[in-house]
Design a protein around this ligand. Structure first.
Ligand SMILES: [Zn+2]
Length: 558
């Protein structure tokens, strides 16, 4: 069973619930103490009906080709048919029980309160199962309740072949006001409404058909649980043939895998090792159909045992998007680039106003339309590798896939500075390339003639020569023709130009310091330009000197 501490990982909001004030937790607690808990050591396992008897994963007939997915124009936000592209982020789940009304078929099944309660309990347990498996997916679920008040249909679903879903799915969705001609379109309309209303990334629907009085607890053509790969819905019966209601969570977990593009792996499904699926187009190399690269227990092989053991093979994981190819612990489908530009840069004295745009580029899918569920969450600006400052969004908030930003700041220290800008998104990505500008700040006394050290404090050791480096600029007109330095207010000496000659607007220089004792040293420097002007504001650097300790190193043979 899933431990309570694991359950805490999941943020579950249950709308319109039958079960009172805190429905999700209350029902979950009952599940843990259920006397009908499945015993994996039971010999009944041998008698379990198998999902493996026939393929249970289909392709929705209305699913457009990948090239036609962006029906509303190119968009990097998941579109109408893209309601479960990868298993990460927030998911709205419609739990729909259907109830025959006797109009066409005699009504033989009636949902009881205990049955409704168990369906909700088992489905949420299955959702928790997935959420606990991969914390980096940041899965959360919102359940839309059509289990406490089942939706009516004119037929008795369990007495018919599963293909007659065209009647009872249409009836149930029609009862909610979804009246498209195609019953698949009705479910897609419902899913898209769930996604909009609950502000989730994805949505899918679970239909559950009552079979309490049905001899084989299956549809008339022997099917009992199946799903459309990539959505929009999955179907279970209450008993799922011989699995029994107590194992509905195991069945649900398998079918939820299909919803997010995991393929079957049991032999009878006939999925070859090289079948590719999902946003990352991952092969099915743990399939039992053929000589595949891997042969391990997995939820996509059906049965109860993989569920109890939390078994998911890396190929099925890859198919649902759970693969990390960078070292950043961000799942690949959530790994985005965030190109950022500086479109306006206005400097007036010490004040700088920078503005520009940031956008999200989704992780490119090798096989599907590339979409992101990430949103921009901020833009940061820093000067010379210092502390990041937050820029402001031009609209109310950073929350879209493109944003414009601005930041006003003051740059006090004279000299040449590098200003860098980067964007952040909701998955923890940062722009691969920062936008940058050089900021030139004139000295109030010396104008453009400015000398800087590469750091403001250094450490040295007695008897060890220290090379102190810096840069002198003439940011206005002319060139730097000399740099001098002095130590502790002593005589001025010439620094060494790093390129051999002081003759440019920007000159890097080196000062050699030979610390004689462990006091501290103040090094000051100044530049002279081609007009003969010498800087009056001195660059200064404090060097502290530590005594030299003798360190015994192990002898290394060479
Ligand atoms: Zn399956």
């Amino acid at each position: 069973m899933i431990k309570k501490s694991v359950l805490a990982l999941l943020i579950m909001v249950v709308m319109l619930s039958l079960w009172g004030q805190r429905p999700a937790l209350a029902v979950q607690g009952q599940a843990d103490s259920s006397p009908r808990r499945f015993d994996p050591s039971s010999t009944n396992l041998q008698a379990q009906a198998s999902l493996a008897e026939r393929p249970d994963a289909f392709t929705a007939p209305d699913m457009p080709s990948v090239g036609k997915l962006s029906v509303a124009g190119p968009s990097i936000k998941p579109g109408y048919y893209q309601t479960s592209e990868y298993m990460a982020g927030s998911v709205a789940v419609g739990i729909v029980l259907v109830q025959s009304n006797g109009k066409v078929d005699p009504s033989t099944e009636d949902w009881t309160l205990d049955q409704k309660r168990l369906v909700f309990d088992k489905v949420t347990t299955a959702l928790n199962w997935w959420a606990a498996l991969e914390p980096r997916a940041h899965l959360s679920f919102v359940v839309d309740d059509h289990f406490s008040a089942p939706l009516p249909t004119d037929v008795e679903p369990i007495t018919r072949p599963y293909t007659d879903e065209k009647y009872w799915v249409a009836d149930a969705m029609g009862a909610l006001g979804y009246t498209a001609i195609s019953y698949f379109a009705r479910v897609r309309d419902y899913n898209n409404a769930l996604r909009d209303n609950y502000h989730t990334d994805w949505a899918f629907t679970i239909f559950v058909v009552n079979d309490a009085h049905d001899g084989d607890h299956s549809f008339s053509n022997d099917y009992f649980a199946y799903a459309y790969v990539g959505g929009p819905f999955m179907v279970m019966t209450y008993n799922n043939a011989n699995y029994g209601p107590e194992n509905m969570d195991a069945v649900a977990a398998h079918e939820i895998g299909h919803i997010f593009y995991a393929l079957d792996q049991y032999a009878a499904a006939g999925q070859s090792c090289v079948s590719r699926s999902g946003y990352l187009a991952v092969e099915n190399q743990n399939s039992q159909s053929g000589a595949c690269a891997m042969n391990v227990e997995s939820i996509m092989r059906g049965q109860v045992s993989p569920y109890l053991r939390h078994a998911l093979d890396p190929y099925a994981a890859g198919q649902i998007g759970w693969h990390v190819s960078n070292g950043d612990n961000i799942l690949d489908p959530l790994h985005t680039d965030l190109p950022i530009t500086i479109t306006d840069f206005v400097q007036s004295g010490n004040s700088v106003v920078v503005s520009g745009t940031a956008e999200i580029v989704p992780y490119p899918s090798p096989s599907r339309a590339s979409v992101t569920i990430n949103t921009l969450t901020g833009v940061q600006v820093r000067l010379d590798q210092g502390e990041w400052q937050l820029a402001l969004p031009d609209d109310e908030a950073f929350d879209g896939v493109t944003e414009t930003y601005h930041l006003a700041t003051n740059v006090i220290t004279p000299g040449l500075h590098t200003l860098q800008v980067t964007a952040l998104d909701s998955a923890g990505n940062i722009s691969m390339q920062f936008a940058s500008r050089t900021v030139a700040i004139l000295d109030p006394v010396d104008g453009g003639l400015i000398t800087t050290f590469d750091s403001s404090a250094r450490q040295a050791r007695v008897g060890q020569r220290l090379d102190v480096t810096g840069v002198a600029y003439q940011l206005e007109s002319g060139a730097v023709t000399n740099v001098q330095y002095r130590v502790n207010g002593g005589e001025w000496h010439s620094a060494a130009p790093q390129d051999g000659k002081f003759d440019s607007r920007q000159e890097a220089f080196t000062v050699e310091l030979d610390p004689l004792d462990n006091s501290s040293y103040l090094i000051e420097a100044r530049a002279t330009d081609s007009t003969g002007k010498t800087e009056t504001t001195l660059a200064s650097l404090n060097v502290t000197v530590k005594p030299t300790y003798t360190v015994f190193l192990p002898t290394i043979a060479r």
